[in-house]
Ligand binder design. Sequence first.
Ligand code: COA
Length: 372
Amino acid sequence: MHIAAITGTGVFTAPDVITNAELVTAYNAYADRWNAENAAAIEAGEEEAKAHSSEDFIVAASGIERRFVMDKEGVLDPARMYPRFRARADDAPSMMAEVAQDAIGKALAQAGVAAADVDLVICAASNMERPYPAVAVEIQDLIGAGGFAFDMNVACSSATFGIQAAADMIAAGSVRCAVVVNPEITSGHHEWRDRDCHFIFGDVCTATVLQRADDAKGAHFRILSTRCATQYSNNIRNNNGFLRRTRDQQEDRRDMQFMQNGRKVFKEVLPLVSDHMAAHMAEEGLAAEDIKRLWLHQANKSMNAYIGRKVMGREPDEAEQPNILQDYANTSSAGSIIAFSKYSDDLAPGDTGIICSFGAGYSVGSVIVERA
Ligand code: COA
């Protein structure tokens, strides 16, 4: 058996920024238009008027201050409220492959690895641009990697589940160098017209290079162990699969975008995650004082604060539990990897930390790493 290590990470940041102020202005203009168009039905009690969103609510409820997106103009157009993504020709790189190439380039440069030496690409994300050919195979071709590639989807836990799959293959010897890439173009499957969640998501792509620890050329993190768990829930759901056309041909159904029962998610996922992390630490023989850093999934600031307190047995400071949520919003599976990528260089050899994601499924994935 080999020891797997994380030898490089990379982040592609989407080109446009939307502040809460811009987002709320667009949403409120959309709500006003909708209320005017539906005035008679509202008057007759058949429809409920849409209330305004507020910047204060967004920051207080989530900790999010802005988000990056691939196309701001379409999202902020009150007559549209979703990004303007043009369908690309089959022989042009797909959007996911293009952003993946950027993030992977940065991660490979950090690891000092040539793309030709990569023998596994896992494209792990919460929504795919198409069902097949697998986006991962396109990415493999675009970067010039060898070996094989496949897509996987475990929603917000896609990155950690992908890391477990790659680390296990490296440990077993079937793969020597893997890239797990998370192109999270959430703006395409988000419902920007739903006041309860319109502020939640942003676009990004992260990439993680995994190798045998013996092959690492520079500073790296040994993977001590990984744990994945799932438990079925309908509280975060998106029905946009092949039934879209066979059901009733409607193109604009609410259930064809991200939907959640945010309150229930909040309450049910917290114990799931803190118990999962405590059990993983115990199995690894680690106590709270052994953990130098928590790189958590970035969905909600108070949720992360709660998990941090539970795991550490005290209030972790900002350096111990870095948040990137205020700048990137929820970027699905990429969130914990952005935090890891931006806030791990300063750890000393022997320092231990946990990358942990959680989300739809429900799913929880934790990766315990030690700075080599
Ligand atoms: N602007 C102003 N008010 C708003 C609002 C907005 N954009 N959205 C909701 N509100 C109102 C609600 O109408 C409600 O009003 P009421 O009390 O008069 O009924 C009130 O604010 C509270 O709404 P609620 O949805 O209960 O807020 P919350 O405190 O639960 O926060 C979330 C909402 C989504 C931020 C929070 O539940 C959360 O983060 N949950 C976990 C989400 C998660 O991890 N999802 C995983 C996604 S991958």
